[in-house]
Design a protein around this ligand. Sequence first.
Ligand SMILES: [Zn+2]
Length: 156
Amino acid sequence: MKDIIDKVLPNPAHKALAKFNVPVITMNIDGLHKKAGSKDLIEIHGNLENVYCPKCKNVYDFNVVRKSIKCPHCNLVLETNVVLYGDQIAKYEDAINLIRSADELLVIGTSFYTSTSSNMVHIANLYGVKVTIINKKAEEKVPIYLNELLNRNKVN
Ligand SMILES: [Zn+2]
């Protein structure tokens, strides 16, 4: 998976969100929002950039596991920060606070297969945050939507 992730590039939707400095909450672990240049980014399911030792807490570049999956310092099996089924989402509260403070929540390219994305929509509704869902052809529609939104704001 890491080999594939390292080769893929951000699509026009990733790039548009970065270009317009739209804060991003992503459930993807592919790092494409960071590659696109998004700065205000919450990767709620983690990423595959680094691994860490659960004992000494040393953090290593992910590629260290290509040589050994054990910590060079204390020989324990290294872990990723990827959230798996049953794990707690460490950054969930940050995501909720971002949604609560937003004018609008764009839900882009989600299947709503996990409850995480559905819950975020419910939270937005609870706090009166407008919700816009862009799923089909998101990589084409998001840049157009953001351009239109920017132009609308310039007029007002
Ligand atoms: Zn260690």
